[in-house]
Design a protein around this ligand. Structure first.
Ligand code: ATR
Length: 286
């Protein structure tokens, strides 16, 4: 019986069912995880129904912020970043968590052996992905975070949130349209996080001229998109350390699994489940 789902709009492409069902199966808990296409207008009704019939939910784009008003309780860290990707449902009450920042932290550890403490970060993109993760890095001791975005006002809002909750972390904002300013942000960072939506489609250009990476040959490049993006190809050609977003998705999913079950998931099983391309018939349910 389905007791867990991922919701989003669209959701058919989600790798969470493959990944989570492998973890549940390895733990002897069957294959209880499905997916549900939920639009913005259907969010309130979905949460009301989930309280009666489900044990847990993952939330993907574009509902991570919009779901917050419908929760009974929210983890303080998720409230601070204004993003929820995991619902835990017990006794008809729903509590929201954010495991994306944790996912990014462990992906950086796994791929580059880099911890947030004392590290300088450059975020390219200040939409939902940055909002969900940058504050976690700042609260985990990042030395500085350079926020680069096409729309400067969004970078300023994210910077304000970091300054408020992690005043020990230096933060600066940069316009993606100003090559000199982007170069400065890159030069001052140990890790670049690509957090725009560019790269989801094969034809997408990189969000900035990868030649600017030459300003810092020691930088590690992490793309939150799990496909091999043009930026990652360019970074590889420059012989930079680089990694795509798959491990971030694995680790955020592992953290959700722990919240729901109190058990340690088999990460290798989750990785193999992630690699199963979802069988989709439009944006139907599973
Ligand atoms: P939002 O937070 O606006 O709802 P998102 O999908 O979470 O949207 O974030 C998309 C991110 O990719 C944003 O940083 C966006 O830049 P803007 O804030 O300027 O919109 C960025 N992005 C998307 N398309 C882009 C493009 N063609 N060039 C540069 N940045 C782009």
């Amino acid at each position: 019986m389905i007791k867990f789902v991922v919701i989003g709009d669209p959701v058919a492409h989600s790798r969470s069912p493959g990944m989570q069902n492998m973890a549940f199966e390895r733990a002897g808990l069957g294959r209880p995880y499905g997916r549900r296409h939920v639009t913005r207008d259907g969010l309130a009704a979905f949460v009301a129904e989930a309280k009666k019939s489900l044990a847990g939910v993952n939330i993907t784009v574009p509902h991570k912020e919009a779901v917050i008003p419908f929760l009974d309780a929210i983890d303080p860290a998720a409230a601070r970043c204004g993003s929820v990707n995991t619902l835990d449902i017990r006794d008809g009450k729903v509590r929201g968590f954010s495991t994306d920042g944790y996912g990014l932290e462990y992906a950086l550890k796994e791929n580059f052996d880099i911890s947030p403490a004392g590290t300088d970060f450059c975020f390219i993109g200040c939409g939902g992905a940055c909002r969900a993760t940058a504050l976690h890095l700042a609260e985990s001791g990042a030395r500085s975070i350079h926020l680069v975005n096409r729309t400067l006002a969004k970078a300023e809002a994210a910077a304000g949130n970091i300054a408020r909750f992690a005043p020990g972390c230096r933060v600066s904002v940069h316009s993606l349209n100003d090559g000199r300013s982007v170069e400065e942000a890159i030069a001052g960072s140990g890790v670049l996080i690509q957090a725009t939506s560019l790269g989801l489609s094969e034809e997408d250009p990189p969000p900035f001229d990868p030649e600017l990476l030459r300003a810092n040959p020691g930088i590690a490049v992490f793309d939150t998109i799990y496909k091999k993006t043009r930026l990652l190809r360019a970074a590889e050609a420059l012989h930079l350390r680089c990694a795509g977003g798959k491990s971030m998705l694995i680790h955020q999913g592992a953290a959700s699994f722990r919240i729901w079950t109190g058990r340690e998931p088999d990460l290798e099983a989750m990785r193999s489940g992630f690699d199963i391309t979802p069988v989709t018939d439009g944006d139907g349910e599973e």
